[in-house]
Design a binder for this molecule. Structure first.
Ligand code: NCD
Length: 306
């Protein structure tokens, strides 16, 4: 399918996934399939990516960096601790400056909405690499791509999200992208005091035609053999004001009860919710997620910059 490149670009300069549609996703995934075959190109030669992370990151920052180098481009990295922010410079002036030096910026910030604010100041496109407990759109795209590799039709899936449902931006963005795929059922098994807000439950019940009371699964009701996708997240300790605890562990015993053709996902980093003893199970795909992230980000960088 041929889509107007400009429309794709406008829609994917996304701070959230609100403007994306299924045609864009098909287009993006086809591009990713091609990139996985070719691996390197020179399409970003002479282009500079500004990597600006105001919060810790391993995979997102380094996969964007790898992606840019694989496309023949260059990367400059902003480090808050040795920047003029330490001399009292504002966020606004910092963004204005960074956007003068590069062609595209990847920005992560601990506050919800900070990336959107930056996009209004910047002269160059900004990709949201996570804004507090808000959104993480590129992670949702790589997560969806990972699901699509096993379940290409993206329908009739029973999906269980486990962990910090309230504060996990990766869950928020993946749930949002699934509004485009209403023929799947979404469920949550939350750590204590980490339940999703009412709006999320309401939207799921409307979009996916689910009974609102059945969306939340209590640990003692869990029948893990019902699910095709089990998506686990860590406790977002840094985002909670009150005391919370990670009180669920996906044990090897539980995993052994899962469907043969099901997958276990995690955006990583993990804590105790996902023991390393399950890593060898063929259903685990979290290291694949990490690998696909590079190609998804290569495709996005190309679409946004060229
Ligand atoms: C996640 C994030 O930063 O939101 N990690 C990632 O980008 N792969 C998940 C997390 O921090 O728990």
């Amino acid at each position: 399918m041929k889509l107007d490149r400009k429309i794709i670009i406008r829609n994917i300069i996304m701070l959230s996934l609100k403007n994306i549609c299924r045609d864009h996703i098909v287009y993006l995934f086809n591009q990713v399939d091609d990139m996985m075959k070719n691996k390197n190109s020179t399409s970003m030669k002479n282009k500079i990516l500004v990597n600006a992370f105001f919060e810790p990151s391993t995979r997102t920052s380094l996969s964007f960096e790898t992606a840019m180098y694989r496309l023949g481009g260059n990367v400059i990295t902003f480090n808050e601790n040795v920047s003029s922010i330490k001399k009292g410079e504002s966020f606004e002036d910092t963004i204005k400056t960074l956007s003068t030096y590069g062609d595209i910026m990847v920005l992560r910030h601990p506050e919800i909405g900070a990336v959107e604010k930056a996009s209004k100041i910047s002269n160059i496109p900004i990709i949201n690499a996570g804004d507090g407990s808000g959104q993480h759109p590129t992670q949702a795209l790589l997560d969806l791509y990972t699901i699509y590799r096993t379940f290409p039709e993206l329908k009739n899936l029973n999906i269980l999200f486990i962990g910090d449902i309230e504060k996990s931006r990766t869950i928020h963005s993946l749930v949002e992208i699934f509004t485009l795929y209403p023929l799947n059922k979404l469920h949550f098994l939350a750590f204590n005091n980490c339940l999703p807000n009412e709006d999320i439950l309401y939207n799921i019940s409307l979009n996916h035609k689910q009974n609102i009371d059945g969306i939340i699964i209590q640990p003692d009701q869990l029948d893990i053999s019902l699910y095709d996708v089990v998506y686990v997240t860590r406790l977002q300790k840094e985002r909670h004001c009150s005391s919370v605890e990670s009180n669920f562990i996906l044990t090897p015993e539980m995993v052994s009860k899962m469907k043969e053709k099901s997958i276990i996902m995690h955006p990583l980093p993990r804590n105790k919710e996902l023991p390393t003893t399950i890593d060898m199970d063929k259903r685990t795909v979290y290291f694949e997620q990490m690998k696909y992230g590079v190609y998804i980000r290569m495709a996005l960088l190309e679409q946004l910059t060229n």
